[in-house]
Design a protein around this ligand. Structure first.
Ligand SMILES: Cc1ncc(COP(=O)(O)O)c(C=O)c1O
Length: 390
């Protein structure tokens, strides 16, 4: 084939981001289910519960009217309601002008990275971590810099580790998540505040992914917006409000970035889907329903923390928040993909191999999502116990 013609068929190099290995596990689970086997699903990180009834009702009503584009930064009522949420949840008086509605937090990352960084900029991330952070950064031409975390530092980045990386070659940004995915660990307000101060003193811009706020069990999560007006906060209706498929989230921006993000979002997406925004505004009235869902996760967490050690998996990271438990499987295997596949085919429990989240040590870990029912958690513990003991 002619070189020019070949070029017409070749995807760009930057589109070459790795796939999720969990897709293999999900495909194998679907094949088992097609044969009539009951699988306990703990591989996908999404709530089993639906969106709050208040959100569903608001969306149904809105369907009767015209669904059009909205203001690029989001409908004013939703931006104001999100700002009020900061007063209620964190005691922070937030100007709604700093709130931008996004297409899930995923849309927020693209806008944040484009608004903050230039191609080639280095951005620090915790390892293990949520893979799209590094994949979006690299697709945009930035360099993700993975900083190893360990039990000694509660699996979070420390100021010392950040500075040591910065001294090797300057960093432009730091992305934090607390509670984190896949580890479920959290930073307390002091640790978060100190790390932000260290970063900002060096001119490193801080992005805080707060998507699992509200799902905190060990202690209450602090927002970076309360600690620095220069930090950029990303959040979403996907997890606490059980609205993954609605694709709606938000950012709290430093004031001087609002216009840049408005220009970017206007060009990239025009606006976030109106129906989802209307539903999101009403979701805040469904908090009692969501608190009941959260209590369900707390019960699930209790079942796993008590049951997994008896089943044979006694080593896992502190189960502070989100709905993840990150278990060390090195006693049984150092190939987490193979272990996950065998656990699925023999015990019929699906979990995510650590290699999706951690290219260095992920072969020794499995992530369990406990957003299902208590009955499923009991079943998972029993099945894993039997499987590991035979
Ligand atoms: C840590 C973290 N951040 C962001 C996201 C993206 O969520 P969404 O785009 O639905 O808001 C996820 C999804 O699993 C996540 O785990």
């Amino acid at each position: 084939m002619l070189e020019a013609a070949k070029h017409l068929l070749t995807p760009s190099k930057r589109s070459n981001v790795p796939p999720f290995m969990v897709m293999d596990v999900m495909a194998a689970a679907a094949a088992l289910e097609a044969k009539g086997t009951h699988v306990v699903h703990m591989e996908v990180g999404q709530p089993a519960a639906p969106a709050p009834a208040t959100a569903l009702r608001a969306a149904q009503t809105a369907l009767g009217a015209r669904i059009g584009y909205t203001e690029t930064l989001g409908i004013p009522g939703l931006r104001a309601r999100i700002a009020r949420h900061y007063a209620e949840a964190y005691g922070l008086a937030l100007d709604p002008a700093r709130v931008v509605v996004t297409t899930g937090s995923s849309g927020g990352f693209i806008l944040a990275f484009l608004a903050l960084f230039e191609p080639g900029d280095r951005v620090a991330l915790a390892n293990p971590g949520y893979p799209p952070y590094r994949h979006i950064l690299s697709a945009l031409g930035c360099e993700p810099v993975l900083i190893e975390t360990s039990a000694a530092t509660r699996w979070t980045i420390t100021g010392r580790a950040l500075l040591s990386e910065h001294r090797k070659k300057p960093l432009a940004g730091l992305l934090l998540a607390s509670p984190a995915n896949p580890t479920g660990t959290m930073m307390d307000a002091d640790a978060l505040s100190q790390l932000i101060a260290v970063a900002e003193a060096e001119g490193i811009r801080v992005i805080s992914d707060e998507i699992y706020h509200g799902l905190d069990y060990a202690f209450t999560a602090e927002t970076a917006a309360n600690l620095s007006e220069r930090a950029l906060v990303i959040n979403s209706f996907s997890k606490y409000f059980c609205m993954t498929g609605w694709r709606v989230g938000w950012m709290v921006l430093p004031s001087n970035l609002v216009r840049a993000v408005e220009r970017l979002q206007g060009n990239l997406a025009i606006s976030v889907p109106m129906l989802s925004q209307v539903a999101a505004e009403a979701a805040f009235d469904g908090k009692p329903e969501m608190e009941a869902v959260k209590h369900g996760y707390e019960e699930n967490r209790r079942i796993l923390v008590a049951g997994l050690p008896k089943a044979g998996l006694e080593k896992f990271l502190p189960v502070d928040g989100a709905f993840y438990l990150y278990a060390d499987i090195s006693k049984f295997s150092n190939d987490s993909l193979d272990f996950a596949k065998r656990m699925l085919s023999e015990a019929h429990v699906a979990a995510t191999p650590g290699i999706d989240f951690d290219p260095v040590n992920g072969h020794n870990f499995l992530r369990f999502c406990y957003a299902g029912s208590a009955a499923e958690m009991h079943e998972a513990v029993t099945r894993i116990g039997k499987w590991l003991h035979t």
